[in-house]
Design a protein around this ligand. Structure first.
Ligand SMILES: N[C@@H](CCC(=O)N[C@@H](CS)C(=O)NCC(=O)O)C(=O)O
Length: 213
């Protein structure tokens, strides 16, 4: 994982990831690419001044985007699938069908319902119809679900980290950071421990290191 100062014109010799350090979707993509041992370059964008090359590749203007040879992938979950498809020994191929089904179901709940409530909680000024506390309470349905699975295993699907944990925890981290004191007061002890272990995970530390550019 190497940060580029300047964007290559074309002919990528390595996969290039357009990324934004603090974006939870980009975090999950960086973490899985690194976990799967893929050698890739990163270009850190500014959301306020997106590179025209990036917008030409994908007009919707969201990160992460992975570009390699003739492929352009502009959805984080598809980047994760691509990373898994690069090796038969990937962590994904060790999962059973029922584990994959559960992982995908939890990620879907995260990306749809939880993300919606999280945005209202985080940007509550834009949603004055309810108090911030009420928006926070709306997020708790997801903490209940996570806590239930974390009672069974150390991580969401089993006792080892899977892509479900990596895809979901950046959003729970964002939830905790909106009001850390309020988060600490919540009862979800398994979820809090799970989050702490993922935030302290070496892969996460590596992908969050400030780009040296
Ligand atoms: N469904 C997309 C969502 C990506 C996304 O929304 N990324 C945000 C940053 S966290 C973004 O690029 N937003 C564009 C903007 O703020 O202009 C994915 O999974 O990759």
């Amino acid at each position: 994982m190497n940060y580029l100062k300047v964007l290559p014109k074309n002919n990528f010799t390595k996969p290039l990831l357009y990324s934004y350090r603090r974006c939870p979707y980009a975090m999950r993509a960086r973490m899985i690419l690194l976990q799967e041992g893929i050698d890739f370059d990163i270009y850190e964008i500014s959301l306020k001044d997106k590179p025209s090359q990036m917008l030409k590749l994908s007009a919707k203007g969201t990160v992460p985007i992975l570009v390699f040879k003739d492929i352009v992938i502009d959805e984080s979950l598809e980047i994760i699938s691509w990373a898994f498809s690069q090796s038969k020994n990937s962590t994904f191929h060790k999962l059973k069908k029922n584990e994959i089904d559960l992982a995908n179901e939890l990620i879907k709940k995260n990306d749809n319902d939880f993300k919606l409530s999280l945005d209202r909680y985080k940007y509550h000024i834009r949603y004055p119809e309810k108090s911030q506390k009420s928006w926070r309470d709306e997020c708790l349905f997801f903490m209940e679900i996570l806590e239930m699975y974390l009672y069974k295993n150390r991580f969401l699907i089993k006792d080892e980290i899977t892509y479900a944990d990596i895809a979901i925890f950046p959003f729970v981290r964002q939830f905790s950071n909106v009001d850390l004191e309020a988060f600490k007061k919540l009862n979800y002890s398994k979820t809090k421990k799970w989050l702490e272990s993922l935030v302290n995970n070496d892969l996460f530390k590596k992908i969050m290191a400030k780009p040296k550019i």
